[in-house]
Design a protein around this ligand. Structure first.
Ligand code: ADP
Ligand code: MG
Length: 240
């Protein structure tokens, strides 16, 4: 589903991604771990075309993301993205927040979009919050609302950038459970995360990034139990 070849990303003189080669299969869950500043978020922004690239290529479902003729708006409909902190529209209810993009971008009727939004909110466990405004939701509920908003566009791939990092510890679990549910349902997912338990239990593969290089990638048991690179070992000893 995703095929990244020799990806280089620079911000001026700063070389942030240094020749990344990575494929992600349909239905696969990939966790991306690594120190702050190693280029994990930049990778996600390059995949959805929010950042330009300087060399190499990224294909999503046979679409060349950085080809000048690529319709990025159309591509992004296939890519759901959930950030660390998502600000849903404060003046819209949970239901209206979820229904908005399908109405505007997909042209769904108000009743169709509302019905589907209500299903999505039920699915992430917010069936009793349809008429709540974002400020009345806990951080964990707001992140689940963000996930429902992304799902409402029926993406073929979900990108998560530290979706639980801004949450109080007691709220992390409910969001990880929602992500786990999506994984079980067969969603293709790339999850940048600091949650090593999630990476270990839910991912098919884990990639470790170090200073713009994908140092190591493999099944979780291999990466966590017998890391091959010295940098991976040093990182894991700090986070465990
Ligand atoms: P991570 O998500 O792994 O913490 P990032 O991808 O956010 O790392 O950042 C990688 C490097 O790129 C960092 O040195 C960061 O300061 C730099 N960087 C990220 N975004 C920009 C930007 N828009 N302009 C300049 N430098 C950036
Ligand atoms: Mg980041």
């Amino acid at each position: 589903m995703i095929d990244i070849t020799n990806l280089h990303k620079r911000f001026g003189p700063l070389h942030v991604l240094k020749g990344i080669n990575l494929t992600v299969d349909k239905g696969e869950v990939l966790s991306v771990i690594g120190s702050s500043g190693s280029g994990k978020s930049t990778l996600l922004y390059c995949i959805n075309g929010l950042e330009s690239i300087q060399d190499g290529s990224i294909r999503v479902d046979d679409t060349e993301v950085h080809h000048p003729k690529t319709d990025l708006n159309r591509l992004r409909q296939k890519l759901g993205m959930v950030f660390q902190q998502w600000n849903s529209f404060p003046h819209l209810t949970a239901l209206e927040n979820v229904a908005l993009a399908p109405r505007i971008v997909k042209g769904q009727s108000k009743s169709e979009a509302s019905e589907r939004a209500s299903e999505q909110l039920n699915h992430v466990g917010l069936g009793d919050k349809l008429d709540s405004y974002p400020h009345a939701l806990s951080g964990g509920q707001q992140q689940r609302l963000a996930i429902a908003r992304a799902l409402a566009m029926e993406p073929s791939l979900m990108l998560f950038d530290e979706a639980t990092s801004a949450l109080d510890p007691e709220l992390v679990g409910e969001v990880l459970d929602t992500m786990r549910m999506l994984a079980r349902e067969g969603m293709t997912m790339i999850c940048v995360t600091h949650e090593m338990g999630f990476a270990r239990d839910v991912s098919d593969r884990v990639a470790y990034f170090h200073q713009g290089i994908m140092e190591e990638i493999g099944p979780p048991e291999q990466l966590f139990n017998t890391p091959q690179s010295e940098h991976t070992r040093a990182f894991l000893s700090k986070v465990r």
